[in-house]
Design a protein around this ligand. Structure first.
Ligand code: NAD
Length: 443
């Protein structure tokens, strides 16, 4: 669609019909078509990565190094993993046939592409979270309408220019815009809707999808807790915790949201976190090139209202014009403090004190199931208990965020943090129908 202007809403229905005709023509089924699209996407990312890096800098103050690592290289890794395994993943799988069908019957499963899918992306990793689902949609042999977030307008404009240039317009359409355009898109019948963003809009998406019986994947957020056990190396814990939390100024769906630990460990962790933050971003994070900015003043104001929720260990500085909030650690935070009532999605790390593991598990289980749960512990028993006594989209021991970079792991939430998953072969599952086939010869 048009490169820089939002799509006129009346064009949306035509676009979907056009893609559907192309899909029905059978063009997207062959493996060669799929790998061809993925290679074109690969060329786009390698040849025009700089354009995306500049846009990500403009939208979110992402440094070139961070933009490359978390958006472009991330997507390339996902893409290469898919290219390397796609043929194997798509192979039909034979299953045993029961005796009553006789020895000559055979049965297998085979993947069918779904048709025309819709991908709606958020602003925080506006390239990765649009392009990684698109890798799966194309690999599975679908046409796709993709809707970048209007809150990252520079990235949206670059994607709207580059995707048609590299992929053509027959199978992929970019629709830019905000609520009116997305509402119009949701009126259409898709064969799958893949939505990443918040739960309020997730409900709108699911309700709209229900009208057409369209299946959905909802990649949502929530408060991802971190349990820090007694007796762990707090210098190492703080370094990894700070790196995961303050990446993209805390605007990461799987960022550690808050820490649960005992009072004594909390004291040690407070000091270690202050040191770790200074080691990462220097004495003045505002002038450090690797430290990002808050996406807009609405989120800036929302976040600064949370800064009084506890004793400030480090940080607290802010600059509204620059949309800057310093990496901040709050200690002695009450479980019902404002900062504990919603997903923080910014550079504020509260520490909530609990007696120990039992109370921590209870704390997690009394709340919505998180997108990720993290723990730093040397104890195998503690790891086993966390694995079996809690439920979360993902579980990370010793290194926050990293599970999402393993392409062979499914990435997704559970309960309030979402439904469905993707990455690697799980994207093929999501964007295909696994068809049951039986063959009984006539003679
Ligand atoms: P956002 O505001 O960019 O919204 C996401 C998408 O929803 C956008 O494309 C937007 O245009 C669309 N949208 C907004 N309002 C709409 C409406 N009324 N009807 C239809 N569509 C609408 O991003 P956001 O929701 O602020 O993203 C942040 C949230 O996303 C956080 O909760 C975060 O944890 C979550 N998130 C989850 C993942 C994941 O992979 N699970 C990744 C990133 C972010």
């Amino acid at each position: 669609m048009n490169a820089h202007a939002p799509a006129p809403t009346e064009q949306v229905a035509d676009t979907v019909s056009r893609l559907r005709r192309y899909f029905r023509g059978g063009h997207t089924r062959p493996l060669e078509w799929r790998t061809g699209r993925l290679l074109a996407l690969r060329a786009m990312l390698t040849e025009r990565g700089d354009d995306l890096v500049a846009a990500l800098g403009a939208d979110l103050g992402k440094s070139p190094a961070e933009a490359r690592r978390t958006e472009i290289d991330f997507t390339l890794r996902e893409l290469d993993h898919t290219l390397g395994h796609l043929e194997e993943w798509l192979r039909p799988e034979a299953v045993p046939v029961p005796e009553h069908l006789g020895g000559d019957a055979s049965a297998w499963t085979a993947y069918d592409p779904l048709g025309v899918v819709l991908v709606i992306a958020p602003w925080n990793y506006p390239a990765q979270l649009l392009l990684s689902p698109l890798v799966g949609a194309l690999a599975a042999g679908n046409c796709a309408v993709v809707k970048p977030s209007e809150l990252a307008p520079a990235t949206s404009a670059v994607l709207a220019e580059l995707l048609p240039a590299y992929l053509g317009t027959a199978a992929v359409a970019v629709v830019e815009g905000g609520v009116p355009e997305t509402t119009e898109l949701l009126e259409q019948r898709f064969d799958h809707i893949f939505y990443t963003g918040n739960g309020t809009v997730g409900r709108i998406v699911m309700a709209a999808a229900a009208r057409h019986l369209t299946p959905v994947t909802l990649e949502l957020g929530g408060k991802s807790p971190v349990f820090v056990d007694r007796g762990t190396d707090l210098t190492a814990v703080a370094a990894r915790l700070a790196a995961g939390k303050f990446l993209n100024a805390g605007q990461t769906c799987v960022a550690p949201d808050y820490v649960l630990t005992d009072p004594e460990t909390a004291r040690g962790l407070e000091a270690a976190l202050a040191e770790a933050i200074e080691a990462l971003y220097g004495p003045d994070p505002a002038s450090h090139p690797e430290y990002g900015r808050i996406v807009n003043t609405r989120h800036f104001d929302r976040l600064t209202a949370l800064l009084d929720s506890g004793r400030t260990v480090t940080g607290g500085g802010r600059d509204r014009d620059a949309k800057y909030i310093a990496p901040t650690v709050l200690a002695g935070v009450a479980p019902d403090a404002p900062v504990m009532r919603e997903e923080i999605f910014g550079p504020i790390l509260p520490i909530v004190e609990v007696d120990g593991l039992d109370e921590a598990i209870g704390f997690v289980n009394e709340r919505d199931k998180p997108l990720a749960l993290y723990a730093f512990t040397e104890s195998e028993t503690t790891r086993r208990r966390l694995a079996t006594e809690t439920s979360s989209g993902g579980l990370g021991f010793g290194l926050p965020l990293a599970h999402l970079t393993v392409s062979d792991l499914p990435f997704g939430g559970v309960g309030e943090s979402g439904m469905g998953s993707y990455h690697g072969r799980y994207s093929i599952e999501t964007f295909s129908h696994r068809k049951a086939v039986l063959h009984k010869p006539l003679r």
